[in-house]
Design a protein around this ligand. Structure first.
Ligand code: URP
Ligand code: ZN
Ligand code: ZN
Length: 459
């Protein structure tokens, strides 16, 4: 063995039991009680700790050119932050330029990430132009990019996928086993409401909230679901933020539409009153933060399997970047940091608050993402023969969240000052320790590109 993790409580998402884990050549080699010592093997004492499959964040935007700037956590700092937060796999996005090649966009994004990422990563591809994307889709799937994001918004960025694009993309998934991830907001209505509220005397960032009421999300969710239903296609709703949207997903799943959904810590933990604060514009993200009733419905949805995954939509902008808005809510760089705090927040405010079980935490942040996104069981599992991506989680560590203690390249945190109980003690990526007690100890370039399989599902 190269490493033995002793006496931890293994939390697989299905079972809980105390055991040792022996690791060799980056793989889990043995799971059992009292594994014999092995000469030269590093021993990790996990007595009193949870030993879980490493966290998987299927939604990050590292060094994304967006809103007139570039998101400030790059492939280096963003994956250091992931490791420190117990996340051993991230999935970022390549964006097809309008009229351009998806395969070239994927190759360029890989070139930007390879040699710099500290944990394993994969890519989704954002489709902006169906006529150019369609002939390349099967090739992208064959190369391990098996999920495709479509934005129902961001027309002005040139990113919007219109209804025919969405419908045809969903049709293709029936044949090639890909899945369409949809950013569901109604762009035309948001533009109308933006114009309506722009010239009114408003408390700054509050205009962001007024211009994106919950129905702008729920309508788009229901439309995307309708296209999935009529085509029999495979759909995943990203960053679901509203109770009304959760109702649409819940109803569709009850009638057996193939739709899965994620929500993010920001929609569970924060509400739109924050936009009224002096620095309210820091919190601007798309979709926007919502109301306490939406938060309650999303927590319930996670517990009751109406929603299947938690991801962060990490898209970091520091205070200098956020301040570029100059009082105009249309110009705020949209996005928040989050990959580093996902597990502690979900443990504290999900498990310890009694909203869902420890098993469910592991399902939502590791097992389900691995299955849905075609990485299971290499990722998301503690079974013998799988990648030794493991987080040893200390459920008793008490911390107050502060950006000053974290690896993210951000000079503020949406969760600043929030108390949490439980933090990753040791993060292991393919058998190598990459973080201890919230500090990165790994190496730039350790992470590898993951070719994912099609037909990922929870069924
Ligand atoms: O505001 C956000 N979420 N920025 C990242 C891009 C996106 O829509 O996911
Ligand atoms: Zn989005
Ligand atoms: Zn996103």
């Amino acid at each position: 063995m190269d490493m033995i993790i002793r006496n931890g409580e293994l939390i697989t998402g299905q079972d809980r039991f105390v055991a040792d884990i022996g690791i060799r050549d980056g793989k889990i080699q043995q799971v059992g009680r009292n594994l014999p010592a092995s000469s030269g093997a590093e021993e990790i004492d996990a007595e009193g700790m949870y030993v879980m499959p490493g966290g998987i964040d299927v939604h990050v935007h590292l060094e994304l050119p967006f809103c007139g700037t570039v998101s400030n956590d790059d492939f280096v700092t963003g994956t250091r932050a992931a490791a420190a937060g117990g996340v051993t796999t991230v999935i970022d996005f390549a964006t097809q330029p309008r009229g351009g090649s998806m395969l070239q966009a994927i190759a360029a994004r890989k070139a930007a990430a390879d040699g710099r990422v500290a944990v394993d990563y994969s890519l989704h591809c954002c489709i902006t132009d169906w006529d150019r994307a369609e002939p390349e889709m099967d090739q992208a799937v064959a190369e391990g990019v098996t999920t495709f994001k479509m934005f129902m918004v961001y027309k002005s960025e040139g990113w919007q996928a219109d209804d025919p694009t969405l419908l045809q993309g969903l049709e293709a998934t029936r044949r090639n086993g890909a899945r369409i991830m949809v950013h569901a907001e109604n762009d035309d209505l948001i533009q109308l409401l933006t114009r309506r509220y722009l010239n009114q005397p408003l408390p700054g960032a509050w205009g962001h909230a007024l211009s994106r009421p919950d129905y702008t999300e729920a309508e788009a969710v229901s439309r995307a679901i309708r296209w999935a239903e009529v085509t029999g296609g495979r759909l995943y709703v990203v960053h679901l933020s509203t109770a009304a949207g959760a109702e649409e997903v819940t109803r569709a799943r009850a009638r057996k539409v193939d739709v899965l959904a994620e929500t993010c810590p920001q929609y569970l933990m924060l509400d739109d009153e924050l936009f009224k604060q002096e620095n309210g514009h820091y919190y601007a993200t798309c979709p926007q933060l919502r109301k306490p009733a939406d938060q309650a419905r999303l927590w319930e949805g996670l517990a009751r399997d109406h929603l299947q995954a938690v991801a962060t939509d990490t898209c970091t902008f520091d205070t200098r970047q956020k301040d570029m808005w100059n009082g105009d809510f249309r110009r705020i760089p949209f996005g928040l940091p989050g990959v580093e705090t996902m597990l502690p927040l979900m443990h504290t405010y999900g498990v310890l608050a009694g909203r869902f079980s420890l098993d469910r935490l592991v399902q939502l942040t590791s097992v389900n993402p691995a299955k849905i996104f075609g990485m299971y069981p290499d990722k998301g599992s503690l079974a013998v023969g799988t990648d030794a991506d493991i987080v040893v989680f200390n459920p008793r560590t008490e911390k107050t969240i502060s950006w000053k203690d974290m690896e993210t390249n951000c000079d503020w945190s949406p969760y600043e000052g929030l108390p949490v109980t439980g933090w990753p003690q040791v993060t292991i990526s393919r058998g190598r320790v990459v973080a201890r007690e919230g500090r990165f100890t790994g190496a730039e370039g350790w992470g590898r590109f993951l070719r994912r399989k099609p037909w990922g599902t929870l069924d």
